[in-house]
Every structure is written in structure tokens, then in C-alpha cells.
Design a protein around this ligand. Structure first.
Ligand SMILES: Cc1ncc(COP(=O)(O)O)c(C=O)c1O
Length: 373
């Protein structure tokens, strides 16, 4: 049997990884400034994470939500504290798209409306509703098209107010910082007005923090730079440091109803253990603070490099836009300088290193990056 070939892949096979470094079959070392798409938060193969998962697996790896799983309460309490949302509830699933799918569903259960609002250049995942609020028409299929989505221009509060005023929109979904759209930071004032417009029309505001959340931007959530409190916040990627786990934080105004939401794998023993280990290491090693500090340093240093058109983002979610297409630079970075980076569109590097990246590693990156641009 072949593996269904939907990914263009680099001709590199990592066999081992530690912290911010990856080693391929020949033992060649690479710097990881991509984090496997913003997933690696506390660093590859962190010893505490490995030990806790191994121990858990020896005890019990999985049972479904038919039984008591006190690790879920332990995780919920730690997440509430770390995120600044102790009064919210958490629901756990397995992937980013699934978290958004459930958020859009919960909104519709709540206000019994069906239309969704999203923003131009958004990306929210590949499942039915999540892909319909993703502004990439080539990802849509005929069976998605009955779901009604209105795409609005970024930062345009008048367009939002006009669209919400009929009070027939179920939810507005927005990324904390647009990732695949090009590392685009929303205006603080826009987010504040967006929350107000949603509140006034009983529209559910969903903040997709799947890429921008979990400390990556130097606060636990990117939207916290605007001081807002959304109705639902979705999380994934860095939450499990590679273990497939995701979820949503749910405001107290939502009532949990048995049977409305459900999952076989979500919140299992291993998933909770991974998520708890990540939060504990983040706290012990002050990784949110490190993301703010090392991220600002990287951005300041990148801004000094003349061939760059624009450096944008927050913390360790950094977009570097070049004047020319980056394909050959990115290839040189990978094959000559041995650095993994992300990209978006044709001109933008996306830097998403693990949150444990040090100043020394940042300097190493900058030195090698200068050689190819
Ligand atoms: C902002 C955002 N939302 C949702 C998703 C979908 O996550 P997943 O691929 O885990 O379904 C992604 C993935 O890149 C993302 O960046």
C-alpha cells in the first residue's frame, strides 16, 4: 500500500530531536525554527515530558470518557491558572480543526443560528465547518457549500457591525494572529470593538489561538494584548508538544448538555499527561516570558537587516517578508545552513521556533540567515 501523496516533502528524515535541534539519518544537525508547524513548545523530547508520558503509559494509556479521569480536572485547573481563565471550562479533542468544529457547533447550539463570519485570508482547518470559515476556496468541496459563511475584510469594524446587525449570525471566528494568512496582527482597537459588537448582538466570538496561543506570542494568548475575553478560545499545536491534543476554553455563559458534544479519544490519560507536562514545564522554565524576550530580540535584530521588506508578529510568531520570492533562500537555509523554517505565500518566512529557544540559538540563526538573504 502507498501513503496517500498529498504533501510536498523535504528529502530529509529526522530520526532524533532534542530542544531546538533535529538530527537526520546521517546524523546531520538542523536548527528547528519551524517547530513542525508551531507544535513544538517546550522543546523536542524534553526529559520531564518523556518521563511523564512513559510512566503514564505504564499505568494506563487510554480509557474513554465513560469513566472518571481525574487528570482532566488536574489539567483544567492548571490551564485555568496559566491562561488567566479560571472561570472557563475546557473541552478536549484531538486536532485544531476538530477544536474549531466543536466551537462553531457549540455557538450554534447556544444561539440556534447558522451563519458564520470569518475574515479574509483566514485558516481554521480542514473539517466541514472549519474549512468553510477558511478563506481558501480550493479547499472547499461541494458538500461544504451549504454551510453559510461571510468573509469580511480584516480590521474593518464597520463591515462587522453591518453584518451582525440583523442578529442572525451564530459566530464570528478570528485568529489571534493570522498564521497561514501571513503573520498578520489584528489591531487592538478592532478586537475590542469586535467583542463589543458580538456582545450587543448575542453573536458568539471564537478566538482561534491554535497557532498564536499557548505562550507563543509572549502572552498566554495573543488576544490578551487587546484585553478582551472571547466566548470560546480554541487551542491545539503547542498544547501537547507533539502529542495530538486540542481543545476549547468555554465561557461560563454556556451550559454543558450531555450528548451535545463528544469524542472517543479526547481528554484521554496520555493526552492529559502530555498537556499537564507542557504547562508544568512552561511554568518552571518561564517559557512565556522567554517567548516575549527572545522573540523581541529576534525581531529587533531581523529589522536591522537591509534586504528585508517587513518583520511582523509577536514573540516567537514572526513573519519576515522579503522583496523577492523566498523559495531559493529557503532551500539554501535548509540544505546549506541546516535550518528548518516555515513559509507563507511566496514572499514570507514564518519563524515558529520552540518557546525554549535561547539567545545563543537565536544568534546562531541570525548569523546563518544573513548568509542566504
Ligand atoms: C490558526 C489555525 N487554526 C486551525 C488549524 C488546524 O489545525 P489542525 O491541522 O491540527 O487541524 C491550524 C493549523 O495550521 C491553524 O494554524
Amino acid at each position: 500500500m502507498n501513503f496517500f501523496n498529498v504533501y510536498p516533502r523535504w528529502p530529509i528524515e529526522p530520526l532524533r530531536a532534542l530542544g531546538c535541534k533535529i538530527y537526520d539519518k546521517e546524523g546531520k544537525e538542523y536548527l528547528d525554527f519551524y517547530g513542525g508547524h508551531a507544535v513544538i513548545s517546550i522543546g523536542h523530547s524534553h526529559s520531564e515530558y518523556v518521563e511523564r508520558l512513559t510512566n503514564q503509559l505504564r499505568q494506563i494509556g487510554f480509557y474513554s470518557n465513560a469513566v472518571q479521569i481525574s487528570l482532566q480536572e488536574e489539567y483544567a485547573e492548571k490551564l485555568g491558572k496559566a491562561s488567566g481563565y479560571p472561570d472557563y471550562s475546557v473541552f478536549m479533542v484531538n486536532s485544531g480543526a476538530e477544536a474549531n468544529e466543536n466551537a462553531l457547533k457549540l455557538a450554534s447550539f447556544y444561539n440556534n443560528r447558522k451563519k458564520m463570519v470569518a475574515f479574509r485570508h483566514s485558516f481554521h482547518g480542514r473539517t466541514a465547518s472549519a474549512v468553510r470559515v477558511t478563506d481558501i476556496p480550493k479547499y472547499w468541496t461541494a458538500n461544504n457549500m451549504d454551510l453559510e459563511t461571510i468573509f469580511l475584510p480584516w480590521n474593518d469594524i464597520e463591515a462587522v457591525r453591518e453584518t451582525l446587525k440583523a442578529q442572525d449570525i451564530s459566530s464570528v471566528i478570528i485568529e489571534g494572529i493570522q498564521g497561514i494568512g501571513g503573520i498578520i496582527v489584528p489591531d487592538t482597537h478592532f478586537l475590542q470593538q469586535l467583542q463589543q459588537a458580538c456582545n450587543e448582538t448575542d453573536t458568539v466570538l471564537i478566538l482561534d489561538e491554535i497557532q498564536s496561543g499557548y505562550g507563543r506570542t509572549g502572552k498566554f494568548f495573543a488576544h490578551q494584548y487587546a484585553g478582551i475575553r472571547p466566548d470560546i478560545i480554541t487551542i491545539a499545536k503547542g498544547m501537547g508538544n507533539g502529542f495530538p491534543v486540542s481543545g476549547m476554553l468555554i465561557a461560563p455563559k454556556f451550559t454543558a448538555v450531555h450528548g451535545q458534544l463528544g469524542t472517543t479519544f479526547g481528554g484521554n490519560h496520555l493526552a492529559c499527561t502530555a498537556a499537564i507536562a507542557v504547562l508544568d514545564v512552561m511554568e518552571k522554565e518561564k517559557l512565556v516570558e522567554n517567548a516575549a524576550k527572545t522573540g523581541s530580540y529576534l525581531m529587533e535584530e531581523l529589522k536591522k537587516l537591509p534586504p528585508i521588506k517587513e518583520v511582523r508578529g509577536r514573540g516567537l510568531m514572526i513573519g519576515v517578508e522579503m522583496h523577492e520570492p523566498i523559495k531559493s533562500m529557503r532551500d539554501k537555509l535548509l540544505f546549506e545552513q541546516h535550518i528548518f523554517t516555515g513559509a507563507t505565500g511566496t514572499h514570507v518566512f514564518r519563524l515558529l521556533p520552540p518557546l525554549c529557544v535561547t539567545r545563543e540559538i537565536a544568534d546562531e540563526f541570525l548569523q546563518r540567515f544573513k548568509k542566504v538573504i
